[in-house]
Every structure is written in structure tokens, then in C-alpha cells.
Design a protein around this ligand. Structure first.
Ligand SMILES: *[C@@H]1O[C@H](CO)[C@@H](O)[C@H](O)[C@H]1NC(C)=O
Ligand SMILES: *[C@@H]1O[C@H](CO)[C@@H](O)[C@H](O)[C@H]1NC(C)=O
Ligand SMILES: *[C@@H]1O[C@H](CO)[C@@H](O)[C@H](O)[C@H]1NC(C)=O
Ligand SMILES: *[C@@H]1O[C@H](CO)[C@@H](O)[C@H](O)[C@H]1NC(C)=O
Ligand SMILES: *[C@@H]1O[C@H](CO)[C@@H](O)[C@H](O)[C@H]1NC(C)=O
Ligand SMILES: *[C@@H]1O[C@H](CO)[C@@H](O)[C@H](O)[C@H]1NC(C)=O
Ligand SMILES: *[C@@H]1O[C@H](CO)[C@@H](O)[C@H](O)[C@H]1NC(C)=O
Length: 727
């Protein structure tokens, strides 16, 4: 095995070890076309081609020639000031991370201008990216404590050119690194991280820094960057190990170099982008010179004057408890100007000038509210139901720019006021979380393939316009729909809703279209009908009761007067209609119920007594049909007597008053030519009353039996007997 093949074996081995350690690092080469591992760091870079659908990969022309692999291509997004382009990175909630986006544009095509656009982290404005140097890698770093299980890094709102990005990196931090008192509400945007006394212009980062922070060399010369102004500033370094285990764990390599103000002063000037602002500032000191027995290094911060800090004497060896040990004083919250001038001045009793190994300054950036979580849940659910919608929207639904099919309020947190998803091929059921979208004013879901029932919308008190037409929605329209206070228009035509339409939808001034829902009916109409029906029914019953009592009253009166007349021996006779006469001897018969029928009429009806349908001891029964079509049974009494037969008259009177379930109604009689004839209603198959009320065996009595019973009841039988019989 020669040397080169040994390397071939070793390199992947080392690389895979590194990858194992760093599996939590996320390194995205935006615009890159392949996955690879960086030979200088061993970090694994992945192409964004599988995670970013927008924009195009553009070759970067670097005027300086050489460039790292991840800066050979960039991703350019469309110029569309209304849209944002977001990468979503998974995080562990409440863990601290360093998020880094870098931008190298390369040479401009002739006639183009360098891009300027906005960078957002979730809803929080991170930075304005302004490119003015083709070969420079612009680095934006944010230290965050992850607010949830993912973060969005978004480019948007270009003022010139088109938004682009070169790399996106996520580096988890360890323990309480970069913890602040304000991290619930503020991110830390890194403004400066400088390695003083660096041997070269190269930045220190992974693997020297296990957290892959970028420690810029103080040797870099560029506009607005660090300028040392104190004479006698010298660079020192050591190869000895430095104990860095305090809070922020700066890399040993950074701590092994420093600058010293040999003439008693260290002074620098530095521009801080996006300042003045409140900042977190860290100074890193480690004594890396071997001081003599009676030597000391004591100094104070002179500029900027910060009361407590400027009065305190920095004595590194004392503060750090020895040489080669990190001392890390920091300022939790200090207001700094855009141009930061700072200087350390030797204390009068110090033998050595001030020393500085490294410096970090981060700006507090207030975390902006993302869209109300419940609102987000609903629109995200809709997005998942529609293939078309999910490809065009990422990040937060409302900020920095809203998704193309939602409108948002300007409140904190932003709330979704409109969902406009007409004809977007949305399939499935409407998320039940819709019930919590209290700010919603318009819901346009028409022309989709939505199924299932409506979610609870009773809390959506701001809802004005609802378009659900041309879907496949089912179920009932809940009754609260009619009383949603703001509802102005509801369109549900061409669905499969069923049941009763809530009254409020029709009675109120709501534009309501429900055509094409065959199983939906106007409940209130039916209800109205029912009310009318019931009222009419009640009226009819009342009327009947009134009439019945009237009849009863009349009857009792007549009875009473009849009694009186009988007592006085007076009998009246009245004729009302030709051919029909009231019973002689009294007004016992009910008018129009039992009448005198002439023999000739009966002869005609019975075809001269030709159709005999029964015979008994009492006589023969014939079938007949009156002129008016009424079918009758005609019973002719056997013992014909030409004498006026009072008994017969009494019988008729009694029969006519008896209404019994087993009796056939008597409709008339005939007393002519010495014949006594009773005329009954002819029953084909029992009486109507039988059909309705009867279940007893008596129901099946034939009508001849009924006649017999009737006669039994009539022939001298007293009312008492009848009553017993009845019960
Ligand atoms: C790169 O790696 C990622 C994740 O490991 C994978 O999803 C993607 O398909 C890879 N891309 C290429 C171009 O190989
Ligand atoms: C944190 O970092 C320190 C120093 O790099 C290391 O010793 C320790 O194991 C780390 N802790 C965790 C939880 O990663
Ligand atoms: C920093 O101090 C300023 C002034 O005292 C205060 O207004 C601010 O809330 C503090 N915190 C941050 C994160 O700015
Ligand atoms: C150390 O201190 C002693 C007495 O205070 C003095 O004589 C000597 O010169 C000092 N040495 C150095 C290197 O300053
Ligand atoms: C300082 O270091 C010494 C030995 O290096 C040790 O004995 C002492 O306890 C330390 N003091 C503090 C305050 O840590
Ligand atoms: C609402 O969103 C539509 C696009 O869906 C947009 O055209 C309109 O301007 C937005 N209205 C408001 C008030 O934001
Ligand atoms: C009803 O909806 C279906 C499906 O959305 C659509 O194809 C059809 O044209 C609609 N009918 C009417 C009358 O709008």
C-alpha cells in the first residue's frame, strides 16, 4: 500500500468522524448542484436543489479568481416585491443556535445594479443586505434561542436587483453560551467578532472553533472595518494552551494571539452596521506573556465611558486566577454608537500596557410576532390540502409579506383576515381549527373539492363574506350561522348540505344562495306551515266543540220543551222539506238525520223491494239506493198494522237518538199504506267508526246483528239497559 492509497483510506475515515461529531450542523450551499464535504473543514454541504423550489442557480464570477466551492454558485430569486422566499430549518425549541446567511454576488453583468433586499428570520427583520463589493462575502449572523421547532430564513422586498443567497448555516450552541437576560424577546445580531493579533488575514472558524463561529482577523483591511489608532500597538502570540472554559468558549486559537499597547494605550475605531443600538458586548482577555515576579498588567476601559466598567481595573491574571486563562468580562446591555471608538489605558501602577485577545459585539433585535399560531395552523392545513398553494408560499403566512392568498391584520400578533382560495383545487376537509380564527372577515373556498362538514364557526364574529359554493360539503347548516353578527353574504350553492336552513339566514338581511343543495330545505317555511296548520286545526276543533255544544244545548232545550208539551198534551208537527217529514207526535228526531221517507221513494230506491239481503223474525231487509246515491238498507216490519202505531214512532225516536258503535245509523222511516219501514245506512264492511276505533270482536258483527241490537235497544228497552249495553 503506497502513501496515496493510505490517504484515500484515511481521508474518508477522518471526514466521517468529523461528520459524526457535527451531525447537528446544517450547511446549505444555496444554488449548489451537488452535495459534498468541504476539504478544508470536513463539513458536509448539501445543495438546496431539493429544498428550494424558487429561483435559479447562478454561476458566480469571482473577480478575485479563487473561491470556495460553496461560493461558486448562488441562488437568485425572482424580482417580485410581494413575495418572500424562505428556507425552513428544523430547530430544537429553546436551544440556542447561531444562524448564518452569507452572500457573495460576484461580478455584475453590464448594466445591472447590485442587489439590495431584506433578510428576515421568522417575522423578525434581520438585516438589509446591500451588496457593493463583488468579491466580498457578506456574512449575517444571528444568535437565537429557538422559539419553536423550526425557523424560517426569508429573503424578500428587493429595492434593487433580485434577492439571492450563497449559503445558509445553522450551528447549535452549547450550554448557556450567549444567554442573555432578554432572550425571550430579543435575538442577537452579530455586529463584530474580531480576533486581535491574528497571524494572518484568515478568519478562524471550524474546526478551530467547535461551534464554527467566524472570528475575523484584525488584519483585514476594508472600508469601515477596524482601524487601530494607538502608536506602540504590538501583536503577540503563544503556542501554549489557554484555558477557555468560561461561558462563551472562544477557540483556543483565537486566545493564543493578542494585541498589546506597549505605550500604555490600545485604541480602535470600528463601524457597527445598523447602530446606534443596545448591544451585548464581550471582551476576551488571557495573559499570554510570561510576566516577571514583580510585573503587572492593569488597565481600564476609557472609551466608551461606561460607569461601572470604566472605573473597574482589569487585572487579567488576578481576574482569571492566573496566566493562560480566559477572563471574559461582558456588558449585558450597552448602548453603542454607529462608530464605536474604544480604548484601554494602562493603570498608573501597571508595568505592562493593556492587552486584548478578542472582542464580540451583538445588537439586540426585538423578536417580531409571527402570525397568530391558531390562524397559522389553519392556513397551513389548507396549504397541505392544495398542491398548487403549497409551492408558492413559505414561511410565516403574514410577515414579512403575506402569502398570496391571505390578507392579514397589522395587529400584534398579526391575524389572518381573509382567506382567498377560490378554485385552487383544495381537496379534503376544512380544518376544525378554523373555529379559532376570530379575526377572519372573508372566507373564499369556492370551486374546490372540499368534503365533510363545516367546522364550528360560531366564534367567527367578524365573518362577513363566506364563499363555499361548488364544493362537496355535507351536513347541516348549524343554527348559529343565522346569528353570526357580521355575516353579510353566504354562498353555499352546489354542495350537499342537508337539513333545515337556520331561520336567521333567511329572515336577516344576508345575501344567501343555497341552490343546488337538494336536501336543504327552508326550515322556517315548514315551521310556518306547521304553525298555520296547528292554528287551523285548533280553530276547527274549537268550532266543532262550539257546534257540538250548541247542538247539545238545543237538544236539551227541545227535550225540555217536549217534556213540557207532553205534560200539557200538546204535540207539534212541522214540515221542513217536501217528502221528508218530522215524526208525528214530537220533535224527537234530529233534523236532517232521521226523516220520513215516502213509500214511493223507497220503492224506487229498492227497485220495488226486489233485492232482499236478509231476513229475520222482525221481517225482511232489502238493499236500495237513493237518488242521491246513498246506499240504504230497508227493513220492512212484519206486523203491519194500518192503525197509527205509537210504538213504532217511539222506536224510531229512540233509534234515531242512539248512536252506538254497533248500530247502523238510522236515516229514515216510512209509515204509509199500513207499512212500517225503517231505513238504515247501508254498510259494506262495518262502520267507519269501527275501522277507526274498534279492535274488539264486535267489530266483525254483520250488519244484520247490528240491526237486531238496534232494535233490542229500541223495543221498549229502557235507556238504562242501553247504557249498560253501551259500557
Ligand atoms: C443532498 O443531501 C440531501 C440530504 O442528505 C438529499 O435530500 C439530497 O437529495 C441530496 N442532493 C443531491 C443533489 O445529492
Ligand atoms: C459543551 O462544550 C464543552 C467545551 O467544548 C464540552 O466539554 C461539553 O461537553 C459540551 N457540552 C455539551 C452538552 O455539548
Ligand atoms: C437595555 O437598556 C435600555 C436602557 O436602559 C432599555 O431600554 C432596554 O430595554 C434594555 N434591553 C435591551 C434588550 O435593549
Ligand atoms: C522588581 O522589583 C524590585 C524591587 O521592587 C526592583 O528592584 C526590580 O528592578 C524589579 N524588576 C523589574 C524587572 O522591574
Ligand atoms: C486560583 O488558582 C490557585 C492555583 O492555581 C488555586 O489554588 C485557587 O483556589 C484559585 N483561586 C480561585 C479563586 O479560584
Ligand atoms: C388582500 O390580498 C390580495 C391578494 O390575495 C391583495 O390583492 C389585496 O391587496 C390584499 N388586501 C389588503 C387590504 O391587504
Ligand atoms: C357544481 O360543482 C361542480 C364541482 O365543483 C362543478 O363541476 C359544477 O360545474 C358545478 N355546477 C354548477 C351549476 O355550478
Amino acid at each position: 500500500m503506497d502513501l496515496s492509497s493510505l490517504f484515500l483510506v484515511l481521508i474518508p475515515l477522518l471526514t466521517s468522524l468529523a461528520v459524526c461529531q457535527l451531525e447537528e450542523f446544517v450547511s446549505i450551499d444555496c444554488g449548489g448542484t451537488s452535495n459534498y464535504s468541504d476539504t478544508s473543514t470536513g463539513l458536509a454541504w448539501i445543495s438546496d436543489s431539493s429544498i428550494m423550489q424558487h429561483g435559479i442557480s447562478v454561476e458566480v464570477e469571482n473577480p478575485n479568481g479563487r473561491s470556495m466551492l460553496q461560493y461558486q454558485k448562488r441562488r437568485d430569486f425572482p424580482i417580485d416585491s410581494n413575495k418572500k422566499y424562505c428556507y425552513t430549518l428544523s430547530t430544537e425549541e429553546r436551544r440556542r443556535y447561531l444562524v448564518r446567511a452569507t452572500f457573495q454576488y460576484g461580478s455584475l453583468d453590464s448594466g445591472d445594479t447590485y442587489p439590495q433586499f431584506q433578510l428576515y428570520l421568522d417575522a423578525t427583520k434581520w438585516a438589509t443586505v446591500s451588496i457593493y463589493d463583488a468579491s466580498r462575502v457578506y456574512v449575517k449572523e444571528m444568535i437565537i434561542r429557538a422559539p419553536s421547532n423550526s425557523i424560517d430564513v426569508c429573503m424578500c422586498c428587493a429595492t434593487t436587483g433580485s434577492p439571492f443567497i450563497s449559503t445558509l448555516e445553522l450551528r447549535p450552541l452549547n450550554l448557556s453560551m450567549y444567554a442573555t437576560d432578554f432572550e425571550d424577546n430579543f435575538f442577537l445580531e452579530v455586529a463584530a467578532r474580531i480576533n486581535f493579533g491574528a497571524p494572518t488575514e484568515d478568519a478562524v472558524r471550524y474546526p478551530d472553533d467547535p461551534y464554527d463561529r467566524i472570528w475575523d482577523s484584525d488584519l483585514i483591511k476594508r472600508q469601515n472595518y477596524l482601524v487601530g489608532v494607538a502608536p506602540g500597538t504590538e501583536r503577540i502570540s503563544t503556542t501554549k494552551n489557554i484555558d477557555i472554559e468560561t461561558r462563551e468558549y472562544p477557540p483556543v486559537k483565537v486566545m493564543q494571539s493578542a494585541v498589546v499597547g506597549t505605550k500604555g494605550v490600545l485604541s480602535y475605531r470600528l463601524n457597527l452596521e445598523d447602530f446606534p443600538a443596545n448591544a451585548r458586548a464581550y471582551a476576551y482577555f488571557a495573559e499570554i506573556e510570561d510576566l516577571g515576579q514583580n510585573e503587572s498588567r492593569k488597565f481600564k476601559l476609557k472609551q466608551p465611558y461606561i460607569a461601572d466598567y470604566s472605573n473597574a481595573v482589569v487585572n487579567i491574571a488576578e481576574n482569571a486566577n492566573g496566566s493562560y486563562t480566559l477572563y471574559e468580562p461582558s456588558y449585558m446591555n450597552v448602548t453603542l454608537e454607529f462608530v464605536l471608538s474604544f480604548s484601554f489605558v494602562m493603570a498608573p501602577d501597571s508595568t505592562r500596557g493593556p492587552l486584548l485577545n478578542a472582542l464580540e459585539i451583538s445588537k439586540y433585535v426585538q423578536i417580531a410576532s409571527k402570525t397568530d399560531k391558531q390562524d397559522s395552523t389553519v392556513v397551513t392545513a389548507f396549504q397541505l390540502l392544495s398542491a398548487e398553494s403549497s409551492q408558492t408560499n413559505e414561511g410565516d403566512p403574514c410577515v414579512p409579506t403575506p402569502w398570496e392568498w391571505v390578507n392579514c391584520s397589522t395587529t400584534t400578533p398579526p391575524r389572518i383576515t381573509k382567506i382567498i382560495l377560490s378554485r385552487r383545487n383544495v381537496k379534503g376537509e376544512i380544518s376544525p381549527e378554523l373555529s379559532n380564527m376570530e379575526a377572519l372577515t372573508e372566507l373564499w373556498l369556492d370551486g374546490n373539492l372540499l368534503t365533510g362538514q363545516l367546522p364550528d364557526m360560531s366564534k367567527l364574529i367578524n365573518l362577513k363574506i363566506v364563499h363555499l359554493e361548488n364544493n362537496k360539503l355535507t351536513g347541516r347548516l348549524p343554527s348559529y350561522m343565522g346569528s353570526l353578527p357580521s355575516l353579510q353574504a353566504l354562498f353555499i350553492q352546489n354542495n350537499s348540505f342537508s337539513g333545515e336552513i337556520p331561520a336567521g339566514l333567511i329572515s336577516k338581511k344576508i345575501v344567501f344562495n343555497y341552490d343546488g343543495n337538494p336536501e336543504l330545505y327552508r326550515g322556517n317555511k315548514k315551521h310556518f306551515k306547521m304553525v298555520v296548520g296547528i292554528s287551523i286545526g285548533v280553530l276547527v276543533i274549537l268550532l266543532i266543540l262550539f257546534l257540538v255544544s250548541l247542538v247539545l244545548l238545543l237538544k236539551t232545550r227541545r227535550k225540555a220543551s217536549q217534556k213540557k208539551r207532553e205534560e200539557k198534551g200538546i204535540s207539534g208537527r212541522t214540515n221542513s222539506k217536501p217528502g221528508y217529514s218530522f215524526l208525528r207526535g214530537g220533535n224527537l228526531m234530529d233534523e236532517n238525520t232521521t226523516c220520513h221517507i215516502t213509500l214511493s221513494e223507497l220503492k224506487e230506491a229498492t227497485d220495488n223491494f226486489s233485492k232482499k239481503i236478509g231476513k229475520g223474525s222482525f221481517g225482511s231487509v232489502y238493499y236500495g239506493k237513493m237518488r242521491d246515491g246513498k246506499e240504504i238498507a230497508v227493513k220492512s216490519m212484519n206486523e203491519s198494522s194500518c192503525h197509527g202505531n205509537q210504538q213504532f214512532v217511539n222506536e224510531v225516536a229512540l233509534l234515531s237518538r242512539i248512536h252506538h258503535r254497533n248500530l247502523v245509523p238510522l236515516i229514515g222511516y216510512c209509515e204509509e199504506e199500513c207499512q212500517h219501514i225503517l231505513v238504515y245506512e247501508y254498510m259494506h264492511n262495518g262502520t267507519l267508526r269501527d275501522h277507526i276505533h274498534e279492535s274488539s270482536k264486535k267489530k266483525n258483527l254483520d250488519w244484520l246483528t247490528r240491526l237486531r241490537i238496534a232494535e233490542d235497544a229500541a223495543k221498549g228497552c229502557s235507556m238504562t239497559t242501553f247504557m249498560v249495553h253501551k259500557s
